[in-house]
Write a protein that binds this ligand. Structure first.
Ligand SMILES: Nc1nc2c(ncn2[C@@H]2O[C@H](COP(=O)(O)OP(=O)(O)OP(=O)(O)O)[C@@H](O)[C@H]2O)c(=O)[nH]1
Ligand SMILES: [Mg+2]
Length: 1102
């Protein structure tokens, strides 16, 4: 098949029923790009011989060198299936965890996905992740089990064993889908019940829950992968073959005279052929017969491999070739590598592109089949419910479902990422051969220009003459001016070498080149805008004053063809496209529309957490502006990388992992900044926490009671606070503001681990909660969805059940705030006697209990905010090395303000002083007069500082620990290299969680946790030590307390004996802490000269 022409593709774009937008998803190295090559080759874009070797869609140099894909890229293909012609917009995605954000950007634009699974490795961690992502975006998957050749050549399985193995893989994949489905059904059912419950009033107490209901009703058969459903292809992309059982059913129905439908049902499964009775019977396994699949399908392939590759049996091969009716070129059959001959035969006999593409056309939905459920999900952002959106917005749902390209529907586009291309490579800048007409036209133009120039010269000469004669300059101007203009035009042409193209899809309407559209930011609210804008407002009017809304014109639109772009005039609904000219308006993703009623789409689901940070600076300080510009471009070009300027002034780049980091640095150096840069060692994040006093010392000896007290007394009292700070032996810290008008007493308590974890995973929810509270305080009423309320109630319930016991009585009700940044994993607790503060859970008691809440009439005391701010500051950077705190509860036990302080502020007349009476006599005596308070500045500021200091001291009064970020890693390794993998893990403080053998292979899967701090170079080291046989995938998992105490000094006899006097050799926590302190320019307590005497003795002895 020749190269499909652009006109053909443009024609196909108009028929959404025959468009398939799909992506290829899989674990790293399972063969996505190789498969894509085969599909691309079927369109004649690359030669069939190179398919699988070229990896055409890996267009970056580093992708080719490393052999992994790093970005998703799209290509449009044409396919004829029977009498129908299809347009396939195919997106290849990366499988490496570091780039999983690229998968998110791809999945959003598609309706279906090809999930590729390696026949040897089976379901891997990333396979599960991509299945989940496809599920979350409601797109339909089909399965390709790739690398079947490895079962033959590497594992040397028999066809029967291979069949069992393939069955297992299918089971694994279906198990993942099953879990996703079950959880969804249960969730939906719970939701439905809750709504019913609300509608029908209260629930009767003794209702019986029937958990199985719902699962049985819901039809899930279409979800599972099964060859007889036609949604599974078995393939070897590298050898160019692949088949679904449909193909074999057709072949054998002709040959054996069995109906195709019968074969379709029986080719996969426990069926066998009874040759005598000429019947297909059930129960192959029980009777020890060969299943049909083995006999009719696998055996053929096995014998072909055997003849061509293993035995190189020329005669047999010739026989096969003639019986299959394929043509083999002489140079292929003579080639020294038998694989060449093999793929020449196979790719004609069972072309993989044919199998995969026909499956895609038949099984994946077209843009017209978009479900209402998916549309609602896309349109309802955050906590908002779809039915709370304005009427006009809800009407847009029809536009989505129709996917119409008529002139009167609004245009809706979603941009999922921005990518940079070399400006020279854009089609408008590309040089192309001219047609005869164009050449003629140009000739005419040149002639004209020449004539003009001659005339102008003549005129100028005359003018000159005139000038010298009469001295009037007017006449001479035009020529001079035009010259100037052409000069400035040339100069002002942007010298940008990178142009940003938006990776996008049209959901409704026709996109035209040069069209003006609204750019809707993620926080844009259509309800607000519709109120503010005049009716029938269009994007071509001037820029309106609506928050998060701007207008732009789409300067150029492109067809994405892998490495190349083709310029288009218009793109109808249902297609993937590239849009140029948005770089000023869109940072990473955006929604574009001609209708202001369109809501912004829900943000992409990113699976990866950006965790590796490096500080970057230019080699030559004068090149700073270039670096800043380069980093801005990089930020735009990468969906996951973050660029920020830290409080310290450093320029910091945050990436998902080591490989990602390397790619970002390369991009920065070679494309965006084009300067030499130097990057710091990765900045490893830590958290600071307190723990309950340990029961044993460092040599595992029981600690006595008096010892614990000793630890607490070690806390030194800094000079500046000598008069105002008091620490009591139980760890209660009391601090008075410098003007001695306010006093706070704070105690730090470690939170149970489960609570910390819960707070951590609920941070998004807590942020929503905080927003709701904020707007309640401002007297606004926010529409929050039922599910959000449920989620908050559930969080509260979970916290209550986790915080049990005397110490935590009523804690949950008394929570004052979360921190840092108001949603972090630390708690501020109100233990002030007599201070009834509105609870953070107040949004829950809204609605049904209005009267009750009103009756309680809890009000905030003055300066409540200062206490919260002080707590936020204290939790943002702790005293150990200024890293954020985690898992600490600060309980405020006393809080007094002298009434004069309030008068000074002049904020209120007479305030009820809850704790005022309790203020100590000493403070009362030293109470200064109003004028002297002034020199300390506003009370609120002093209180913030005092609160922060009090928290820090309270923190230091407890045993302090660092927390390290941990990766989980899954390593697949063969038995021979297992020992070495353990060696590397051990050296880097990794901990093996479990190890199991992968069924049917000699591979072990090791699951381990590893501190991020020790992970740099880990993957490389493992790969080197095992000669590439094992490669780990690191994913951020959680924070873990480092058990050693960084402040520990030996105190007992045994400890001296065990660790020596300095005892600084084994203290990992101290090492980490000092490294962080040094990086931040904080004071590090250490001796520089070590063992000086010893060295002298050594030299003397020589
Ligand atoms: N034996 C065998 N090897 C294959 C097959 N398909 C791909 N490979 C090899 O597997 C390796 C990875 O292939 P890619 O296509 O780059 O894998 P990928 O899934 O695109 O990898 P990422 O994009 O990095 O996630 C390459 O060395 C291919 O040659 C196959 O069918 N059989
Ligand atoms: Mg790839």
């Amino acid at each position: 098949m020749g190269h499909t022409s652009l006109d053909k593709i443009i024609a196909l774009q108009r028929n959404p029923a025959n468009i398939r937008n799909l992506c290829i998803l899989a674990h790293v190295d399972h063969g996505k790009t190789t498969l894509a090559d085969c599909l691309v080759a079927s369109n004649g874009i690359i030669s069939g011989r190179l398919a699988g070797k070229l990896r055409y869609l890996d267009s970056r140099e580093d992708e080719q060198i490393r052999g992994i894909t790093m970005k998703s890229s799209a290509i449009s293909l044409h396919y004829r299936n029977g009498d129908q012609e299809y347009l396939l917009n195919l997106i290849d995605s990366p499988g490496h965890v570091d780039f999983s954000s690229e998968v998110s950007t791809a999945v959003r634009l598609c309706d279906g996905a090809i999930v590729v699974v390696d026949a040897v490795e089976g379901v891997c961690p990333q396979t599960q992740v991509v299945l989940r992502q496809a599920w979350l975006e409601n797109i339909r998957p089909v399965l390709v089990i790739n690398k079947i050749d490895r079962l033959i050549m590497e594992l040397k399985l028999t066809s029967q064993e291979a069949y069992t193995h393939l069955q297992k893989i299918l089971e694994q994949v279906n198990a993942v889908t099953g879990t996703l489905f079950t959880s969804k059904v249960l969730e939906e059912r719970a939701e439905k019940e809750k709504i019913e419950e609300r509608e029908s009033g209260t629930l009767s107490g003794d209702q019986v829950y029937d958990w199985s209901a719902g699962l049985e009703e819901a039809d899930d058969s279409h979800l599972y992968f099964s060859p007889d459903q036609g949604n599974v292809v078995f393939a070897s992309a590298i050898d160019g073959w692949g088949f679904s059982i449909q193909q074999f059913a057709h072949i054998y129905s002709q040959r054996m005279g069995i109906k195709t439908e019968v074969l379709l049902k029986t080719l996969w499964g426990d069926f066998y052929l009874n040759a005598k009775a000429k019947k297909i019977m059930k129960g192959a396994q029980a009777k020890g017969k060969k299943p049909l699949f083995v006999q009719l399908v696998l055996d053929n392939i096995w014998s072909l491999y055997d003849a061509v590759v293993t035995r190189r049996d020329k005669e047999k091969v010739e026989k096969v070739v003639t019986s299959l009716g394929v043509k083999v070129m002489a140079r292929d059959s003579r080639h020294s590598d038998p694989k060449v001959l093999l793929s020449a035969i196979c790719s004609q006999w069972l072309p993989v592109s044919q199998a995969v593409l026909s499956m895609v056309c038949e099984k994946l939905p077209s843009p017209l089949d978009m479900t209402a459920e998916r549309v609602e999900k896309l349109m309802s952002v955050g906590a908002r419910r779809f039915d709370t959106l304005p009427q006009q917005t809800q009407e847009l749902k029809r536009a989505f479902l129709q996917c119409s390209s008529s002139e009167n529907v609004p245009v809706i586009i979603f941009v999922s990422k921005m990518f940079a291309v070399d400006t020279k490579a854009l089609p408008q800048n590309r040089q192309r051969p001219l047609t005869q007409e164009e050449i003629a036209q140009r000739r005419e133009l040149a002639k004209q220009r020449h004539a003009d120039r001659m005339a102008a010269d003549q005129r100028a000469a005359e003018n000159h003459k005139e000038l010298t004669h009469s001295g009037t300059p007017q006449e001479g101007q035009p020529a001079g001016v035009t010259q100037m203009e052409s000069l400035t035009l040339k100069d002002s042409k942007p010298a940008e070498e990178e142009t940003f193209i938006a990776f996008a899809r049209v959901y409704s309407g026709v996109v035209k080149k040069g069209q003006r559209v609204f750019v809707l930011g993620p926080k844009y609210d259509p309800a607000q805008a519709l109120n503010m804008l005049p009716e029938k407002y269009s994007a071509s009017d001037c820029v309106p004053e609506v928050p998060h809304l701007s207008c732009c014109s789409m300067e150029s639109i492109y067809l994405l063809m892998g490495r190349e772009l083709e310029e288009l005039e218009e793109v109808p609904a249902g297609n993937v496209l590239g849009v140029g000219g948005l770089e000023e308006y869109v940072l990473k993703s955006a929604t574009l529309s001609t209708s202001p009623a369109c809501p912004p789409f829900t943000p992409l689901n990113f699976e990866a957490t950006a965790i590796v940070r490096v500080a970057i600076e230019p080699k030559h300080p004068s090149e700073m502006p270039k670096l800043v510009r380069g980093m801005r471009l990089l930020n735009q070009a990468d969906p996951c990388a973050e660029v920020l300027i830290q409080e310290t002034g450093e320029h910091v780049l945050v990436t998902a992992g080591e490989v990602h980091l390397q790619r970002c640095l390369d991009d920065l150096r070679d494309r965006f900044a084009k300067i030499e840069i130097s990057a710091s060692k990765p900045i490893i994040p830590f958290r600071e926490t307190v723990i309950r006093p340990p029961k044993v010392d460092m040599v595992n000896e029981e600690l006595g009671k008096q010892h614990k007290v000793a630890i607490i007394h070690q806390v030194s009292q800094p000079q500046s606070h000598i008069n105002t700070l008091h620490v009591d032996p139980s760890g209660l810290v009391t601090l008075t503001t410098p003007n001695r008008l306010a006093t706070v007493s704070v105690r730090a308590i470690p939170l149970p681990q489960e609570v910390t974890r819960l707070l951590e995973i609920s941070s998004e929810l807590i942020r929503t909660l905080e927003q709701v509270n904020m707007s309640l305080r401002e007297g606004k009423n926010l529409d929050i969805s039922l599910s959000t309320v449920e989620a908050i109630t559930e969080l509260k319930g979970q916290l209550e059940s986790l915080l049990q016991g005397r110490k935590w009585r009523n804690t949950v009700e008394r929570i004052w705030a979360f921190g840092p940044r108001r949603y972090g994993p630390n708690i501020l607790l109100n233990s002030v006697e007599g201070y009834q503060r509105p609870s953070v859970w107040q949004c829950l008691s809204r609605g049904d209990k209005v009267g009750e809440a009103g009756a309680q009439a809890t009000v905030l005391r003055d300066f409540d905010n200062s206490i919260v701010s002080g707590f936020q500051l204290a939790t943002l950077s702790g005293p150990m090395c200024e890293e954020p705190l985690m898992g600490v509860c600060f309980s405020i036990e006393r809080w007094d303000i002298q009434s004069s302080a309030i008068k000074v502020e002049g904020s209120s007349e007479t305030t009820p002083q809850a704790g005022g009476i309790a203020s100590g006599p000493s403070q009362a005596r030293r109470r200064p007069d109003v004028s002297s308070a002034d020199c300390y500045g506003p009370v609120s500021g002093q209180l913030i500082a005092a609160m922060k200091e009090a928290c820090r001291h309270a923190f230091q009064a407890q045993p302090q620990r660092l927390m390290a970020a941990m990766y989980t890693c899954e390593i697949m390794a063969t038995a021979e290299v297992l020992g070495r993998v353990y060696g590397v893990l051990g050296k880097r403080e990794g901990r093996v969680l479990h190890e199991e053998m992968k069924e049917g292979t000699d591979m072990f899967i090791i699951k381990a946790v590893l501190p991020v701090a020790e992970s740099f170079g880990f993957a490389d080291e493992i790969r080197k030590r095992t000669s590439g046989l094992a490669s780990p995938q690191l994913v951020f998992s959680h924070w873990e307390v480092i058990s050693s105490d960084p402040y520990w000094v030996p105190t007992t006899e045994e400890e001296y004996l065990h660790f020596g006097e300095k005892a600084d050799s084994a203290n990992q926590a101290l090492k980490y802490m000092n490294a962080v302190r040094r990086r931040k320019g904080l004071y590090v307590e250490e001796k520089i000269v070590e063992h000086a005497e010893k060295q002298r003795t050594l030299s003397k002895n020589k």
